[in-house]
Write a protein that binds this ligand. Structure first.
Ligand code: ATP
Length: 349
């Protein structure tokens, strides 16, 4: 199996007056696994369904390698797709479910037998092929759906929230299994998810969507370290980044009576200061009062009240957990401050 690069050129989709996607450009490298991440209704599924051929774009083009595919029937595109619901046929055995796309292509029976068994073995469901979906576990149904998508050796694999029906533990296992298999096969893959942990753990690069527009397309580390705007800054990272709206002046961030010294590189005038809870320290210059302490196992998430009606969260290590109502002074790691201008765009490195 060999992946191709996938190119979306000025892709738009409107449903009547609803603009689901606005002139979208994106290029996925051959063999890469990328994730579409964003809140509900931002256009992730619509984009995936256009790549699959289930929706027609209103404008724009889709290429797989040099081949333009947006006018082709789904069957002729060479994609495998896994849906959240798995969409297995309940009256067919797993064997027949996995064989289905090969039967449609009139592949000879002996080859169907060989390919179904081989793909099922790869996914660890070789021993349950004679059962129907209702007679196997959720994890096995999920693998059968994946086997059905992979059996015809597609150039592109599309995954629409494929893990959301699994319970937490199996989901973690399924994440690394899909990733391993995807890398082994080298199939170009696009995963739709609203679970950032899943996207961060599985994807080479993540495309963050908001309201039908691409906000940032970057590897997980870069999204986390250098979010290009306040939307990405809030959306990626858990617990979310602290963002204060105020004014920058001569090395200070000011918001009512709150004054925070800031390192060089900040904008001047109105803007946003961003600091992740993991970069806040309970030692420094800024007075604060502890409002809430939430133990998270090893660490605790502390909600702080600052002057100027500002709230801030800090992730504090074991042994330094303050009591509710305590007066503390906070500081932060200066290497990890984020600055945004009044329009929410990143400023500085
Ligand atoms: P979710 O995570 O909830 O699945 P999403 O990011 O996948 O959300 P889409 O399903 O792509 O979002 O929807 C994008 C926008 O297009 C939404 O405003 C949605 O209501 C609208 N939309 C999607 N499909 C249709 C349709 N068939 N007819 C009309 N509007 C639609």
């Amino acid at each position: 199996m060999k992946g191709v690069n996938v190119r979306l050129n000025g892709l738009s989709k409107r449903f009547g007056k609803v603009v689901a996607l606005k002139r979208f450009d994106l290029e996925v490298q051959a063999g890469e696994l990328i994730a579409f991440l964003g809140p509900s209704g931002c256009g992730k599924t619509t984009t995936l369904l256009m790549i699959a051929g289930i929706y027609r774009p209103t404008e724009g083009e889709i290429y797989f390698g040099d081949r333009r595919v947006d006018h082709l029937h789904p069957r002729d595109r060479d994609v495998g797709m896994v849906f959240q619901s798995y969409a297995l046929y309940p009256h067919l055995t797993l064997f027949e479910n996995i064989a289905f796309p090969l039967r449609l292509k009139r592949v000879p029976a002996s080859e169907v037998e060989r390919k179904v068994r081989q793909t099922a073995e790869l996914l660890g469901i070789g021993h349950v092929l004679e059962r129907r979906p209702a007679q196997v576990s959720g994890g096995q149904q999920q693998r059968a759906a994946l086997a059905r998508a992979l059996v015809k050796e597609p150039q592109v694999l599309l995954l629409d929230e494929p893990l959301s029906n699994l319970d937490a533990q199996i989901r973690l296992q399924a994440r690394s299994e899909i990733r391993r298999l995807q890398q082994e096969l080298g199939v170009t893959s696009i995963l739709v998810t609203h679970d950032q942990a899943e996207a961060l753990a599985m994807a080479d690069r993540i495309a963050v969507f908001s309201m039908g527009e691409l906000q940032q397309f970057a590897p997980p580390d870069e999204l986390y370290r250098r979010p290009v705007n306040t939307f990405v800054a809030r959306f990626v990272g858990h617990p979310p980044m602290n963002l204060l709206e105020g004014r920058f002046e001569d090395g200070w961030f000011l918001k009512e009576e709150l004054r925070i010294p800031v390192p060089p590189g900040h904008p001047t005038g109105p803007g946003y200061l961003g600091i992740r809870p993991e970069d806040v320290r309970l030692e420094g210059d800024v007075p604060a009062r502890v409002r809430v302490v939430e133990p998270l196992g090893r660490e605790a998430l502390v909600t702080l009240e600052l002057p100027g009606n500002a709230a801030f969260k800090a992730l504090v290590p074991p042994g330094t957990r303050p009591g509710v109502g305590a007066e503390v002074r906070l500081g932060y790691d200066r290497r990890h401050v984020h600055f945004f201008d009044a329009a929410g765009r990143r400023v500085g490195p």
